[in-house]
Ligand binder design. Structure first.
Ligand code: AR6
Length: 173
């Protein structure tokens, strides 16, 4: 499994699936979630509503993942996952790692060969960027044996210079 960093807007990634840092409602939001729904059009929200009705009446729990169409995006699928809100007094790293892990399992299940991730939880949800990058890189690497037969290329997409520096430092270490 190839693991690379390509800074920029994830909605422009030429991959089979892009991961959305969503919230449990799956009804859209700000940050990368807003950008994905804007760029992909209404078909994504329509499938999110179906997911809520059919599989997640109480919302998608943090650490889990579910795929919809990519709508008008170049990517065929959007894999929606929910990261944890950062909390100083509680270690929620396992939930953040789970968001990466379950997204990769969903990618394998739908047959996506290439997947792009944003820095889950590192925006509105407040996770410190260096630690978010560490968990991203470690967790994706740890999944190579399990999903690498299908998912051959994983792209980490930091947005902004600080994020890019954090991700490059982790990949180099
Ligand atoms: N491409 C790549 N990365 C982006 C883009 C983009 N177009 N736009 C923002 N980022 P966030 P979270 C980066 O807040 O912390 C939403 O309202 C951003 O700079 O999108 O998991 C959801 O609906 C940051 O580094 O996600 C939830 O309510 C990273 O993506 C909540 O925010 C994640 O920031 C989820 O918060």
């Amino acid at each position: 499994m190839e693991l690379i960093i390509e800074p920029g807007d994830i909605t422009e990634q030429k991959v089979d699936a892009i991961v959305n840092a969503a919230n449990s409602t799956l009804m859209g939001g700000g940050g990368v979630d807003g950008a994905i729904h804007r760029a992909g059009g209404p078909a994504i929200l329509a499938e999110c509503k179906q997911l809520r009705e059919q599989s997640y009446p109480d919302g998608l729990p943090a650490g889990q993942a579910a795929a919809t169409t990519g709508g008008e995006l170049s990517a065929s699928w959007v894999i929606h996952t929910v990261g944890p809100v950062y909390a100083k007094k509680e270690d929620r790293s396992a939930t953040l790692a789970s968001a990466y892990r379950e997204s990769l399992r969903e990618a394998k299940r739908i047959g996506a060969h290439s997947v792009a991730f944003p820095a889950i939880s590192a925006g509105v949800y407040g996770w410190p960027m260096d630690d978010a990058a560490r968990i991203a890189v470690e967790t994706v690497k740890s999944m190579a044996d399990e999903v690498g037969d299908t998912v051959s290329r994983v792209v980490l997409v930091p947005f902004g210079e600080k994020a890019e520096r954090a991700f490059r430092a982790q990949l180099d270490s």
